[in-house]
Design a protein around this ligand. Sequence first.
Ligand code: C2E
Ligand code: CA
Ligand code: CA
Length: 741
Amino acid sequence: MNAGAREAASRTLGQWGSYAALLAAILGVYFACGRMSLSLAITPGYASAVWPPSGIALAAALLFGARVWPAIWIGAALVNVSVESSLVTAAAIATGNTLEALVGMALIRRHAGDPGRFERAEEVLKFVALCAAAAAVAATGASLWLALRDGMSWPEGWRNGWTWWQGDLSGMIIVAPLLLGWSRRDAGGGSAERRLETVVFAALLGLAALLLLAGDAPEVAPLSLTFVTLPFIIWAALRLGQREVSTATAVVCAIAVWHTLRQDDAAVAMNERLLLLLTFNGMVVTTGLVLAAVVREGASAMERLRRRHDRLESLTHRDPLTGLPNATLFRQQLEQLLRMAAGTGRKLAVALVDIERFRMVSDSLGSRRADELLNQIAERLTRQAARGALVARVAGDTFALAAHGFADEAAVARAVREQSAGWFAAPYRLGDDELRVSAHIGLAVFPDDGDQADLLFRHAESALRKAKSDGERVVFYAPKMSERAAEKLLLETRLHQAVERQEFLLFYQPKVDVHTRRICGLEALMRWRSPELGLVSPLQFIPALEETGLIVEVGRWALRQAVRDQAGWAAAGLPVPRVAVNVSSLQLRHPQFAAHVREAIAGAHAGPLIDLEITESHLMESVTATIASLRAVRDLGVGVAVDDFGTGYSSLAYLAKLPASMLKIDRAFISRMLEDDGAMTLVQTILSLSVSLRLRTVAEGVETDEQADMLALLGCDEMQGYLISMALPHGQIAPLLARQA
Ligand code: C2E
Ligand code: CA
Ligand code: CA
């Protein structure tokens, strides 16, 4: 035999050994208890008014399964043999007892929950009913057998069966829950208070038991027991638990048995009384168990409610993806952290970490991968956070952190630098992909930037906004910032209103021929007549229109309005000037740009006399796309002017390809050209360049006659500036044009 086989064999032997021990233990208890109980048997027959072995057998079957049957059978048979039954009778009764336990076990397991810990009142009632059914099996079988053997009369046989059934039933419902209750793993424990109460309960129950045992009015004792039982059972059911209910009942029953045993001579009468008492106790124990189950039911309903509440709480306070606190919880926790930090003289920092280009990452990787990335980031942030620091996910790709104990801002900056290296230096692994992630971080520091959670959070937000717009990694909050941010917000709101209320209008600035000084064109320049701010310069509102994207809509309006005005002058019989309209790069990049232009000039006066002015630096932003849409525009007969020329470093090759018809020399060069040789050289170069590229040239911002003369000398075509005229309201243009006619 090898070692493995030996081990297996010894394991098997061990298993058999413990099985045998289990059987022996059950058998012993069963026999002892049964022997005692049989001395209470009511004549004629052998039916005992109380038969705890039924409960022992049922508990054993429920605890260990059907395999305990030999112990029950042998135990029952020995009990019966010991009271001078024939072997056959003993075997018959033992079979009835065994069947009772097994049938009871099967039924209860199926329908009645755990008798050691009923969860609902109906389980108790089912349990009692099933025990009654199982007991009926044994009672009918055994009493039939005895009746046949001893030739009992029917009434006697019936009475015997009835006693038998009641004895088994009370044994089962009193003893099985008691044994199963105390065999549970969670026996004992509970709060200190509850343990104390249990001790007091046990002491009082013991005291009552002693008094009852010592009392020598045996005739009344069993009945008086019933009065003692009730308060104990109700106490146990409401405050302690099912185990204590069972215990109280069992103690009372034991006392009753004790008294009965002492009353040898009056055994029969006593047994009658005992039967009554047990019936009563059966009721009481059932009531007690039901009561305990109802109390438990209420408690577990409360528990469920509490759990649901907790879940709801976590749903409203936690980010479901990463499990981190959300913005609401973060603010609450920050409030607490601030209370701790107050008065320590140390700084607390709130950081908002915004993942760079997260939208792009999630668009290209898919949302599942993006979620995974967020989880990994959350994990790194949490892992590296100092003890007591807060980590939260406050928006899609924005995390918030808060930590305190910094000596000064420099310490905060150092910590952020070190930490963010840990967060982002190593790439993230998503399946087979490696992804490098970076972030913008906005910081606000307590107490310098505020002492309220809300304020600090908002300040960190404006720092983050600045970091994002300036392309900076880390930005500390500076007080000016939020003023500006607030102003900007207000401006944006007002601009949205301005669009709705049509508060924009066009001014026109004439362009003249350098030599004749006759008007050869007008530049449309937008104004905003704000009810709150008055007439606002485009320098103040165009950038905001661009940031909000409103420029596309407003720019389309400007083009339409210029075409309308032009048509108006034509209708008035005035010489029609070319009109140049400024176009933002945002409009230019709009996929429908050419269509917008086409639609705007649809109502134009006999062949469009429209130019579009596009700033040189904007043209350079997306060269190929720009060229395509400008070609489309040119094919419509619309001219293209390169605005602010000289500032954008256009390459010559690019300029040659551009479908432009006009260059506008930036005002900066014109105003400096007479004092500054560099500026003069540039103006000269632009002018000779445009000759070779066959582009018309316009000089912007001409303010003096000297400049005008110089431009004429250098061969510039047109000029524009305060020397000629400022931008004028629409109404003042018609007289100007009339004078030309
Ligand atoms: P811009 O296209 O370079 O327009 C010329 C600006 O110079 C105008 O300012 C004009 O009033 C000003 N100006 C003209 N002559 C002189 C001069 O002799 N001296 C000085 N110092 N300035 C002169 P404005 O009207 O304030 O417009 C500013 C900018 O706003 C424009 O620069 C243009 O880029 C933008 N803008 C104006 N209207 C529109 C529009 O309808 N759409 C777009 N996208 N941008 C516009
Ligand atoms: Ca312009
Ligand atoms: Ca310009």
